[in-house]
Ligand binder design. Structure first.
Ligand SMILES: CCCCCCCC/C=C\CCCCCCCC(=O)N[C@@H](Cc1ccccc1)C(=O)O
Ligand SMILES: [Zn+2]
Ligand SMILES: [Zn+2]
Length: 505
């Protein structure tokens, strides 16, 4: 249906008559949720639980490169997990668990209703290395609490999710609560190198066990964002319903070496530098309006002003100014286009020698509305220099889009659980801008969600793989309770009105 709307855009600009799509987004029903109101609804972050998280952060379970990781520390972290959660690992008859490939972990928690399809919770136990040690406000493997924040590599990627899932499951089992729906937990040990020794082996093992399908999958991913999307106040829980593809390119230029006193007009370094500059100066086009990000912006409408609503309801019309606005911040830019990061640049042998070879590594994260081939073709056209050799070292197409409607059970379980922890949050489908271990499990379900219950404010996205990775003590309590609610909600057949899990949350 179409209607005419008269708008005043600014005081200087005459009122403009626009034909706009009628989207009564402001009148959409409030999102609903449910929660039991009993003592067993809330898991307090007592000293014991906080200390367990701090100890988990103490393990230097670092993955540097494929085949180059601190396997001793990863193993010890696994031992710590096994020793710290007695109901999961020893007392409960509902749980079976095993080490996979020595370092990863797989659990099965038996529900009492075999007619319900199980689901899968995922996280990873490895972390990326630490850099810029002198700029950390607390040592990165200390788990030190400073001004209400727990510091350490892994606090947001991904020991928060590992420990949150374990605390929630342990609490449930120790409270003698038996789930109706069975679930699996997979903790991979090489996510940070995209290796095939961790989650990929867990997936193989599940297949060997005869598991063909799960109801839904939740892995690390997008987060609860506050103050990060310009013009949107309050928390926005962005749930990755798809994941960007990835292309790793090797660019190289080979030219004959020689004496630096008689240099050629161009060197391999100069040619490659120009190619890299062209890539940076010609970003891939905005895909705004072509996919999930449209659903995301439309779901944000309850948090928007009238003018913003008009813009969002008519992305087809405001695509260019909106793309320009979103492009200004790396975090929002990542949502609307394929991004390009030149991550490694190598060349040169000696001060007085013309280099025989220059190489650069380019890392693209591919928007779900594009294909790997389109990205490589675009790069080739932009570089426009046959002397630059372009090789695809690794690639993965963007993931399919998971259901995110009213009748998509997994999405509704997530949405309900988020609203119990953050009652004022709007839950929106989003594109996961980084990559996860879920690619190993895409054959098990079309309902794959990438979401971490991490509450992020401006400046926080940079902490991923960065300096001063941290999580507030309050947020860690929310993480535990989010997973606890998720496990309980997965047992519910339907949805009913929202209330928060605990007055303090
Ligand atoms: C309008 C919406 C605004 C969106 C703002 C986004 C704010 C940031 C929130 C979440 C970002 C999540 C990104 C973190 C990714 C974590 C997982 C990870 O690090 N995976 C690795 C996997 C990998 C890939 C290639 C080689 C080795 C490992 C990654 O993606 O780099
Ligand atoms: Zn991660
Ligand atoms: Zn990571």
């Amino acid at each position: 249906m179409l209607r005419m709307v008269r708008l005043t855009l600014t005081e200087d600009v005459e009122a403009v008559v626009l034909i706009v799509r009628t989207v009564h987004l402001s009148q959409r029903p409030a999102q609903t949720s449910q929660c039991r109101q009993t003592d067993s609804d809330f898991i307090p972050l007592n000293e014991e639980r906080l200390q367990r998280f701090q100890k988990a952060l103490g393990f230097e379970s670092v993955s540097r490169d494929s085949g180059d990781s601190n396997t001793d520390e990863i193993f010890k972290f696994g031992e710590f997990i096994i020793a710290s959660f007695p109901h999961i690992h020893r007392h409960s008859p509902l749980v079976t668990w095993e080490r996979v490939n020595n370092l990863s972990l797989l659990y099965h928690i038996q529900g009492n209703d075999p007619s319900l399809k199980p689901y899968l919770l995922m996280a990873h136990i490895d972390v990326v290395p630490v850099t810029n040690l002198d700029q950390w406000d607390a040592p990165p493997f200390s788990g030190e609490v400073k001004d209400g924040f727990i510091y350490g590599r892994g606090t947001i990627d991904d020991k928060n999710n590992v420990m949150g899932i374990l605390e929630a499951t342990e609490f449930m089992l120790s409270s003698n609560i038996k789930p109706k729906r069975s679930f699996y937990i997979s903790f991979g040990h090489d996510e940070e190198t995209r290796g095939n020794a961790g989650a990929s082996q867990v997936a193989n093992l599940l297949r060997q066990k005869g598991v063909k399908e799960v109801e839904f999958i939740v892995d690390e991913g997008m987060t609860v964002l506050e103050g990060i999307i310009d013009g949107v106040a309050g928390p926005v829980a962005s749930v990755g319903v798809t994941e960007k593809g990835i292309v790793l390119l090797n660019l190289s230029v080979e030219l004959p070496p020689g004496h630096s006193s008689m240099p050629p007009r161009e060197t391999a370094i100069g040619i490659l530098a120009r190619a890299v500059l062209r890539l940076e100066e010609n970003p891939h086009p905005s895909m705004l309006g072509a996919g999930v990000e449209t659903d995301m912006f439309e779901s944000l409408v309850p948090k928007m002003s009238y003018l913003q609503r008009v813009v969002i309801s008519n992305i087809w019309l405001f695509r260019y100014p909106l793309s320009w606005l979103l492009s200004r911040k790396p975090s929002t830019n990542a949502v609307i286009r394929t991004v390009t990061a030149v991550t490694i640049f190598n060349s040169g042998v000696k001060f007085n020698m013309i280099p025989p070879l220059a190489e650069a590594k380019v890392n693209h994260r591919v928007h779900p509305s594009q294909t790997i081939q389109e990205v490589v073709d675009y790069d080739r056209a932009v570089i426009n220099d046959p002397r630059v050799k372009i090789e695809v070292v690794y690639s993965m197409e963007p993931h399919p889009v998971a259901g995110h409607g009213e009748s998509d059970f997994g999405y509704q379980v997530l949405r309900t659980s988020v609203r119990q922890i953050w009652p004022e949050a709007v839950v929106v489908p989003a594109i996961m801008v980084g990559n996860t271990d879920t690619f190993n499990f895409l054959n098990f379900s079309t309902n794959v969600y990438r979401f971490s219950p991490t509450h992020m404010f401006p400046g926080d996205p940079e902490r991923f793989h960065g300096i001063n990775e941290r999580m507030s003590v309050k947020n860690y309590e929310q993480v535990i309770n989010f997973f606890y609610h998720l496990i309980r909600n997965a047992d519910q057949a339907g949805l009913s009105p929202v209330h928060s899990a605990h007055p303090d949350l």
